[in-house]
Ligand binder design. Structure first.
Ligand code: T4K
Length: 371
């Protein structure tokens, strides 16, 4: 029987302790702790191989990858995005002095609804920032078509999409930039960390400069950058975790499949879709609870799970457009599907080391909520 407060929504996958210690040994010897040292370079190269893409820049976290990518693209005016996401996506736009314009999400996979996108484009629009939420791949062909038609940049928030493949290619190669999070809570982590993937080497040079204070050379600082360099200990964690990523994805798949077996035919529960041409990373296990048909509300389920020591999370409630810091600025009625889903969604625990017995326990408590 699971003990109270032991099942978190996620738990980091850890390499073997000795493997990590062995990896950081050189750092002790060299005393090179940060500023693009040997581990940083090794990890960057390993990711290039993994993603099969040349343009990879590492960051302190996924948020700085997003924020500095927007800055590097030198955007103006409005950026079309979705409010059904983590604070980071919207904040990256606002902190660049840009205006987010919120597009609704598709009710099936919760990514940007491309049928509602084009009508939001104005002469002030400079970019689209879609989110591969839960690792679900956006309608990338249609986004690409629209972006080309109007001359817009595309920055994918791929924070949830590490390891996802679309049409047998990594999603890292999509858009002008794709930004990943390597936070402890993610499918793949470097404790804290992130990466931006890009096609244009000039953009890469700009990202490198911006993550290092805008320094171009020993006596030349010609950009107003930040400090967003990944340190050597985080890079070492990335090197270790990357060796085990296939095993982690296989374990996550087994967990997600057990959930699906137990919940797929339950009236009033909508599960994450299986997307065509997508190899999933099983990043999250969202359920959308229809109170009338299921017999309990999302909040009742959340409370019942919490009582049983299961830390499900309301990713993503509230919508970012309704955050207190944006009070009165955005019209939430413009994104009715996002609003509807955010009031009903719950993400259940999912991580590589979650046992199938725990999955069964979680489903048992969940199904007991039905009146
Ligand atoms: N874009 C999107 C779409 C994102 O979802 C995110 C991050 C970003 C951009 C920005 O990427 P980063 O700058 O973070 O790299 C968590 C994460 O902190 C955040 O990275 C993530 N999205 C978001 C969806 O989830 P919280 O506030 O829910 O985290 P917290 O601390 O409540 O942790 C959740 C659970 O994970 C805990 O209940 C227990 C477990 N946990 C957590 C930590 C930190 C562990 O087991 N070990 C740990 O070390 O935001």
């Amino acid at each position: 029987m699971t003990q109270k407060n032991t099942l978190f929504v996620t738990r980091p996958s850890m390499p073997d302790f000795d493997e990590y210690i062995k990896e950081v040994r050189d750092i002790w010897d060299s005393r090179w702790l940060t500023n693009m040292g040997a581990k940083h370079q090794t990890f960057q190269e390993a990711l290039r191989q993994y993603w099969d893409i040349d343009g990879v820049e590492l960051f302190t976290n996924g948020h700085m990858a997003l924020e500095l990518s927007l800055q590097a693209l030198n955007l103006q005016g409005e950026v079309i995005t979705t409010p059904f996401t983590f604070a980071s996506t919207t904040h990256a736009i606002v902190r660049n002095g840009l205006t987010p314009v919120f597009c609704d999400i598709a009710p099936t996979d919760f990514t940007i609804d491309v049928t509602k996108l084009e009508r939001l484009i104005t002469d002030r629009t400079s970019a689209i920032m879609p989110v591969h939420v839960y690792g679900n791949v956006c309608n990338v062909e249609e986004i690409d078509r629209i972006a080309k038609k109007y001359g817009l940049k595309v920055i994918y928030d791929a924070a949830h999409a590490f390891g996802v493949r679309y049409k047998n290619k990594s999603v890292a190669a999509l858009g002008d930039v794709s930004c990943f999070s390597f936070h402890a809570t993610k499918v793949f982590h470097t404790i804290e960390g992130g990466a931006a993937c890009f096609q244009d080497p000039e953009l890469g040079a700009e990202l490198y400069r911006l993550k290092n204070f805008g320094i171009r050379g020993p006596e030349c600082v010609d950009g107003v950058g930040a400090n967003a360099k990944m340190n050597e200990f985080c890079a070492a964690m990335g090197i270790c975790n990357l060796r085990h990523i296939d095993e982690a994805l296989t374990k996550r798949k087994a967990v997600a499949e057990r959930y699906c077996e137990l919940l797929k035919d339950v009236d009033g529960l909508q599960l994450n879709p299986v997307q065509k041409d997508v190899a999933s990373n099983y990043a999250y296990f969202p359920i959308v609870v229809d109170e009338k048909r299921f017999g309990a509300s999302r909040n009742e389920v959340f409370e019942a799970l919490a009582q049983a020591g299961i830390g499900a999370r309301k990713y993503f409630y509230p919508l970012t457009s309704t955050f207190d810091c944006f009070y009165g600025r955005y019209d939430v009625s413009a994104t009715p599907v996002a609003l509807h889903v955010s009031k009903r969604v719950l993400t259940l625990p999912l991580y590589a080391d979650l046992s199938l017995t725990d999955v069964e326990y979680i489903c048992e408590i969940l199904l007991k909520c039905r009146r």
